[in-house]
Design a protein around this ligand. Structure first.
Ligand code: ZN
Length: 95
């Protein structure tokens, strides 16, 4: 079983599946472990949950591509400044 930690970007990619209950138990476990250690992603998921509560149903199209790209860029920026090594090593291990 893979023990690789989820990155913030991966978490953002999986959030709709997570809230939709579509993740595998392993993915879900990694997702929740990342949440436990990352307040930024916890806030993001809470915000997402609140949106779903208001809208009533989860639809992928509710997340505009612009918002998604902006968010990913924000995470990438933050990560690059604090942990660029993690990104470099991860890319070589997955590619
Ligand atoms: Zn995170």
């Amino acid at each position: 079983m893979s023990s690789a930690n989820l990155t913030c970007v991966e978490l953002v990619e999986l959030v709709t599946e997570y809230l939709d209950g579509a993740l595998t138990p392993d993915e879900r476990d990694r997702f929740e472990r990342h949440l436990a250690a990352c307040s930024g992603c916890t806030a993001y998921v809470e915000q997402f949950r609140e949106t779903i509560r208001l809208v009533g149903v989860l639809r992928e199209q509710d997340v505009s591509p612009e918002a998604r790209v902006a968010l990913l860029a924000e995470f990438a920026d933050w990560k690059r400044s604090s942990a660029s090594r993690t990104w470099a090593s991860r890319r070589s291990s997955t590619g």
